[in-house]
Design a protein around this ligand. Structure first.
Ligand code: EPZ
Length: 431
């Protein structure tokens, strides 16, 4: 019964160090197996998704040495199978990155089909389309995707939807294909660029990552490298929103402000002060928050992974009506039922949420339905009057390192409880 026990309301104040980006680190780890030489990766977040991926790599024969909590040494010269399976790997979306990596290197992959957060249909047809265009045959058996090719040859691939995962997967496979592959309508997210930079540091020839046309000139092999993962845009954004919702003053450190521009802009629009320096952003929320409209979009638009955090914040824009349009995933408003338990006034019509700002939330027992919504409910609880619990925190731990500890270091009254006795004590302390 692991839960977060939370007491509101304390403004969050001070500085917090942001870790490496989960969604960059996952494909980078998978891509690290594409060379037989040693790769060192730094600034890895110490979170469940990363640890599951590392274990899956060990299971196929990859040597992994943890140099420290955030740095690993990887050598994939002794991979003995291209079959990646296991209960944990099935629960995560990023398992599919092994398809691109193994197909590129060994021209064969048999990978357990992805799970991940239940936020929508999450098709993989664009991945399949890309692999097939490169010459692979794809089939599905025993709950896995099996990709095989005699040779991979370059192709011009136009993505029907902008997909982070498909762009990354095709890029990985194309790196060791013959000729120049062109990916059009590619995703432009910072983690797509980070993976391209990582692969280039291994000797790949990728141009255009960060624009919607990526050109990959195939090379015959990749070599070892040492690489540092970019900071996590969404972790940083979550703490920025936590500052806003608790009327606090928080500086997120070790960030790339450019990656956070659309979040900073929304915060300014609703009445926060946002101050940028080279690698930090300070958010001060001293005025009453106002409402706004948000539409989630592929980068550089407002990220879907920051939709729940801004929704709970707008829920406290007393006297304003805000509109949120979710245009990436069709099922990403489930947490609003939980927010209603805290007194949030929200209506959902299809992919649009209408939020009527209230004066305050009240503490409640809520359940995290997925990673980002879970984090949003935590920050809502920090801004709620009284005592709250958030359960199903395994979702949150998939993507946030030391989340309660970092929030507590900013003055948030939150702690993880693991049994009824601890919960009882936590509840009593609230009175
Ligand atoms: C990545 O998921 C992230 N996951 C998600 O982060 C993030 O929400 C998402 O990108 C959007 O930014 C990882 O990086 C591991 P997509 P991904 O392919 O790659 C449709 C988090 O909280 N689509 O960009 O799976 C799809 O259904 C997680 O950290 C197809 O139709 O997302 C969706 O509507 C949650 N066919 C849209 O494209 C395909 O073949 C974008 O999905 C692929 C996708």
């Amino acid at each position: 019964m692991e839960q977060y026990a939370i007491w509101g309301v304390n403004p969050l104040v001070s500085e917090v160090e942001i870790g490496g980006a989960k969604n960059a680190a996952l494909p980078i780890l998978a891509a690290a197996i594409m060379t037989d030489e040693t790769v060192i990766i730094d600034n890895l977040p110490d979170i469940k998704d990363i640890n599951v991926l590392l274990t899956a790599m060990q299971n196929i024969g990859v040597f992994i040495e943890r140099i420290d909590r955030h740095k690993v040494k990887i050598n994939a010269s002794r991979i003995h199978t291209t079959v990646v399976e296991g209960e944990n790997i099935r629960k995560m979306r990023a398992s599919y990155y092994f398809v691109g990596a193994l197909l590129g290197k060994y021209k064969a992959a048999d990978v357990a089909l992805p799970g991940g957060c239940a936020i929508g249909n999450r098709a993989i047809d664009q991945h399949e389309k890309g692999f097939k265009a490169l010459g692979a045959k794809i089939r599905y058996e025993h709950g896995s995707i099996i990709a095989e090719a005699i040779d991979l040859t370059s192709a011009n691939i136009f993505m029907d939807v902008v997909s982070v995962g498909a762009t990354i997967n095709i890029m990985m496979a194309a790196v060791l294909a013959e000729g120049q592959t062109v990916i059009e309508n590619a995703a432009k997210e910072p983690h797509v660029v980070d993976l391209a930079n990582f692969l280039n540091s291994m000797g790949a020839n990728i141009k255009g990552a960060g624009t919607d046309i990526i050109r990959v000139k195939g090379v015959t092999s990749l070599h070892g490298t040492e690489y540092t993962v970019i900071p996590d845009q969404i972790e940083a954004g979550t703490f920025m929103m936590a500052a806003a919702i608790t009327k606090g003053d928080v500086t997120v450190k070790n960030v790339i402000p450019k990656h956070l521009e659309c979040i900073s802009a929304k915060l300014e629009e609703i009445g926060c002060e946002v101050m940028e320096s080279d690698d930090a952003i300070r958010v001060v929320a001293s005025k009453r928050l106002s409402g706004t409209q948000v539409k989630t979009m592929p980068y550089p638009g407002y990220p879907t992974d920051m939709q729940p955090q801004i929704a709970v914040t707008l829920g406290l824009s007393m006297g304003y009506t805000s509109i949120i349009k979710e245009s990436i995933f069709e099922n990403r408003f489930k947490y609003l039922d939980e927010l209603r338990k805290m007194g949030g006034v929200v209506t959902v019509e299809g992919n649009i949420a209408i939020i009527e700002g209230v004066q305050e939330y009240q503490g409640a027992s809520v359940t995290a339905p997925d990673l980002r919504a879970g984090a949003a409910l935590v920050i809502a609880a920090l801004a709620a009057d009284g005592f709250s619990t958030v359960d199903q925190i395994q979702y949150i731990e998939r993507g946030y390192e030391d989340f309660p500890e970092k929030l507590a270091s900013l003055g948030g009254r939150i702690r993880k409880v693991t049994n009824p006795e601890e919960l009882k004590k936590a509840r009593l302390r609230a009175v």
